[in-house]
Each structure stands twice: as structure tokens, then as C-alpha cells.
Design a protein around this ligand. Structure first.
Ligand code: PNS
Length: 159
């Protein structure tokens, strides 16, 4: 069985992430959406909350599972017998950072990274942008699923 991992902080998941996950699920027997820590970002939602939002929106894909990991992505891959990472590339601004991570993961553990071009409709979309918009009361309903929109409103209401 050929598995791939779609890693990310998913804080929270957006339609851009979901597009990559769905498209990846057509090319692998199993896709594992793995919620990991990104030490450069402070998170709004707990790992469990993020996983639940992802589960709700990926349950229609029978070969997609949701997991989490504290530590290096390559350790997750080694522990779970996965040798392929799938990531979305939005624009050239993503490239330097993503290329570095892909090369580190290849050198450290021979784990391959495959990049999928983000659909043009999602090329500007990021979790950080969604949080910024939602923080100031902006409408993010075209960017995230309903349950994520509700969770954002609830979380930001008291702030
Ligand atoms: O959605 P993001 O924030 O761009 O995802 C980045 C993530 C979580 C995939 C990345 O930070 C990561 O792999 N974190 C786990 C630690 C790790 O393996 N770092 C890369 C090698 S130093």
C-alpha cells in the first residue's frame, strides 16, 4: 500500500489544504493528514481541535486519515513506514522554505517530498491570513469550511 503524509500546522485547515488533500488522495492508497508543530508560529487551536476540524472535513474521503505528531516529520515517517510527503506550493514565496525542508528531509531520512501546485483560486490563501481577517471581523466563509468558520468566531469572540 502506497501512503503519503500531508503535514502541516493546519491552524486552522482551509479550502486550500483540503484541495491538496483531496487531490493527493487520488494518487495514493492512503493519505495521512498529520498535524505537527511549527515552532515559528503560535497556534490558535489545540492539536486535538485542529484534528477534529480536519476529520469532519475529510470523512468523505475513505482513504484519508488524520493523525498528529510531536517531533520531527521524518521521525513520524520512519515510525509509520511512510516515505513520501505531499505539500502544496502556492507561489514562489513558498518555494525557498519548502525546498529547504524537502532537502533536509531527503538528506536526513531519504523521505521524498512531492509538491502539488495549489489551485489558482487558493493561491493567496493561508491559515495566517484567515486568522488575521477573522480577528478583525472579516468574512472568511469562502476560505474555510463551515465548522472552521464557526470555531474561529467562537474562539475570537472573547478576544
Ligand atoms: O503548515 P506549516 O506550518 O507550513 O507546516 C510546517 C510543518 C509543521 C510541516 C513543519 O514545521 C514541520 O515539519 N514541523 C515538524 C518538525 C520538523 O520536522 N521540521 C523540519 C525539519 S528541521
Amino acid at each position: 500500500m502506497k501512503s503519503a503524509v500531508c503535514p502541516g500546522s493546519f491552524d486552522p485547515i482551509t479550502f486550500g489544504h483540503l484541495d491538496i488533500i483531496e487531490r493527493a488522495s487520488r494518487h495514493f492508497d492512503q493519505v495521512i493528514v498529520a498535524v505537527l508543530e511549527n515552532r515559528t508560529k503560535a497556534s490558535l487551536f489545540s492539536v486535538e481541535e485542529r484534528m477534529e476540524m480536519i476529520r469532519e472535513n475529510t470523512k468523505k474521503f475513505p482513504n484519508v486519515v488524520v493523525d498528529s505528531w510531536h517531533g520531527l516529520l521524518v521521525e513520524y515517517c520512519r515510525t509509520n513506514g511512510v516515505d513520501t510527503i505531499v505539500k502544496g506550493l502556492r507561489a514562489v514565496t513558498d518555494f525557498d522554505y519548502e525546498l529547504q525542508m524537502a532537502q533536509v528531509n531527503l538528506q536526513a531520512a531519504q523521505v521524498e517530498t512531492m509538491f502539488m501546485a495549489t489551485a489558482p483560486t487558493h493561491s493567496f490563501l493561508s491559515s495566517s491570513l484567515v486568522k488575521e481577517l477573522a480577528h478583525y471581523g472579516g468574512d472568511v466563509s469562502s476560505m474555510v469550511p463551515v465548522n472552521v468558520n464557526e470555531a474561529l468566531r467562537a474562539r475570537l469572540a472573547g478576544k
